[in-house]
Design a binder for this molecule. Structure first.
Ligand code: FMN
Length: 331
């Protein structure tokens, strides 16, 4: 029985990757994750704000509207010096982690502007990262910016990183593009090696007593996996890239569902926060037992077996099924 898979060209002993968060924020935790059986880790992110000194400029760019985009890009393009303490510590951390564990280590770069800070990607590569995961967050609050402009921001970022590193690069993709398959194809054409489906934004909440709006990080459960399953199944035969399901992978069944839809790997964060690192070994045991009972020989064998192309019920992934699902609910 083989749980092996390949993701971003990296050979993984099984499909479970610990995703970016504080659970991958120290060598001790990463060692625990490795002992529990995770096949790779994505480090907690280094943020654009931590790399650039001029946070005020960035805030202006992000929150005051699009008119500052060109100006900010130009500004960041001149930034070649990276002597910021936090970003140096991150490079040192990669170096130390690589010396301490045998599993692949993916660095995570989180930001939006396509200026000089993207050159920091080269430093992540030099520090020993096996791959790089991009998390690009751009919230277009200006109604005059059309979707093509927004998409171009993402594509420029991807191209800029691709030009600066040789290691595989993936993107934790936003679920909010109006044509996700077209966007995925453009990302891959721009040189991406893999897509993580999907990114999960911090939630917005309102404190009605103190009259404040707040950002909140909430943990997922298995019900949150639906869109990742749908788009993994759709992309499997249409987009030539590695796919990683993320956002709601909690149980061995979630891992297997993702693989059957076409995922090469999955990422887990909330499940590990809720249950501890050792929970991964339980998930791996349960997966193995289920596969043995169902007479599967390998993970590779089941990959994509229920993708859009292969499922006997393609309507499940499409609008066609929505009306029937509503009619059947509660019967
Ligand atoms: C406490 C916490 C910290 C996180 N930190 C990061 C981060 O640094 N970078 C990032 O790209 N995603 C971050 N995420 C998002 C996770 O990587 C993941 O995409 C999200 O939690 C959905 O996966 P899950 O259902 O397995 O939790 C964080 C999530 C949580 C809960």
């Amino acid at each position: 029985m083989s749980l092996e898979t390949t993701y971003l060209g990296l050979n993984l002993k099984n499909p479970i990757i610990a995703g970016a968060s504080y659970i991958t924020g120290s060598i001790d935790r990463i060692k625990k994750l490795e002992d529990a059986g995770v096949a790779a880790v994505v480090m907690h992110s280094i943020f654009e704000e931590q790399i650039n000194h001029e946070v005020k400029e960035l805030d202006h760019f992000l929150f005051q509207g699009s008119e500052s985009y060109a100006e900010a890009t130009e500004y960041f393009a001149d930034l070649d010096e990276y002597n910021n303490i936090e970003s140096d510590e991150y490079l040192e951390e990669i170096n130390e982690i690589k010396k301490s564990v045998d599993i692949p280590v993916v660095a995570s770069l989180n930001g939006v502007s396509s200026g000089g800070w993207m050159k920091y990607a080269t430093k992540l590569e030099e520090a020993g990262a096996d791959a790089l995961e991009l998390n690009i967050i751009y919230i277009p609050t200006d109604p005059s910016i059309d979707s093509r402009v927004v998409e171009q921001i993402y594509l420029d970022d991807v191209k800029s990183v691709r030009e600066n590193v040789k290691i595989p690069v993936s993107l934790k993709m936003s679920p909010y593009f109006s044509a996700p398959a077209n966007m995925a194809k453009k990302f891959v054409d721009a040189g991406l090696n893999g897509l993580v489906l999907f990114d999960r934004q911090a939630s917005v909440d309102i404190d009605i007593e103190n009259l404040e709006s707040e950002r909140k990080i909430t943990l997922t459960d298995s019900n949150d996996l639906s869109e990742a399953l749908r788009w993994t199944a759709i992309f499997f035969s249409k987009i030539d890239t590695y796919l990683c399901a993320s956002g709601g992978v909690h149980t061995y069944r979630d891992v297997l569902k993702s693989v059957m839809c076409g995922a090469d790997a999955v990422q887990m964060v909330s499940a590990i926060i809720k249950n501890g690192e050792e929970y991964i070994s339980k998930v791996l045991d349960e997966m193995t037992q289920w596969m043995r009972e169902e007479e599967y020989e390998s993970i590779r064998q089941m990959k994509g077996s229920l993708s859009l192309k292969n499922t006997p019920n393609p309507a499940a992934y499409e609008r066609a099924n929505y009306m029937r699902a509503l009619q059947e609910f509660g019967r």
